[in-house]
Design a binder for this molecule. Sequence first.
Ligand code: PMP
Length: 395
Amino acid sequence: MADYSSSFYDHIAQTSDAPMGLEIEKADGCHIYTTDGRSFVDLISGIAVSSLGHRHPAVIAAIKQQLDNHLHVMVYGEFIQKPQSAFAQLLCDQLPDQLDRVYFVNSGTEANEGALKLAKKSTGRSKFVAFNNSYHGDTHGSLSVTGRDVYRDPYLPLLPDVTFLDFNDPNQLDQIDEDTAAVIMEPIQGEGGIIPANPDWLNAVRNRCDETGALLIFDEIQTGFFRTGSLFAFQHYGVVPDILCLAKAMGGGMPMGAFVSSSDRFEAFKHDPPLNHVTTFGGHPVSCAAAHANLKTLLNGDFAQKAFKIAEMACHMLRGEGITEVRGRGAMLGLQLRDADLTQHVVEYCFEKGLILGWTLHSNSLIRIAPPLIIGDQLLEECFQTILDGVKKHG
Ligand code: PMP
């Protein structure tokens, strides 16, 4: 049998000196199976992607059907493709009236790139306001509004006109001014450590944007599609953004991103220059078919309730010495441990026991938990017990 493991290490560009290196045979539901016969529970959903679990039958059926019709036919925006139009319609039906137009792209960072460009183009301004500890992606524009120097410094200079404020600090909002094209933020910071926005503060940000004519961009790439217990996190807060960025769980496991705004605002993308934001594969018909089936299935289930149940179980079970806090919203949870050493031991212990946990880019003492929303109570209890055992053993 060919050894694909050595090809991975010899020919795939590596992103660290220590990749997890599981050799995947198959993934189904909450489980990932490896070629050496092990099985793992995926308690992080491929980093907040597989909300319906891996290979949900409805998503697989939609993909197979689309494969029999057509694959790529033309760059985004030219041809009428049923999977794109049908999905855009269903998505807009769930959103407030002013979010009535979808621009499809391929990833989260590309969604944010498009949103920043749309904000510049439609306001004629170039300043952005972003937040310390934010994460918006790794292409140059998104990195420019990402609030962590360790990721930015090696790539300076980035976009010149970005002001960073402290998340949840009401005293800095006067820095959003008449030169500001947009404020970009995650309603619940993900990589920054699972930090929800304070509702009063978020309303104050919205008001300040309205006063100054700055647009409000919500990066819901991680919080979208019921992860936090409502279809989108902005619905918890009753604060509607001018541009909504989506990806990750959107495609049901297929690559997919979008930025959503109003028809009026998107007028700016029709000319000067022609096409404005070309994306060859944006809104790929197979991804759209998958995304449509994914959203239909999510809307027909009780996943909002399920996300809250997951939070409840986590808060109830994950207590004890070494665990200083469980925070987050719905099934987007962070388990704050005493220190980095304990965190590493617990993650390694769980991995040995067949449990995949997440980490965040900006913290080494936080375990991230984002289970598939289809997970059964018993399996979840077993996973939490494994985490507790790990904390006890190393605490
Ligand atoms: N924004 C947020 C809030 C994210 O969590 C991520 C990915 N972790 C991104 C943007 C970038 O998404 P992608 O990896 O699809 O480019």
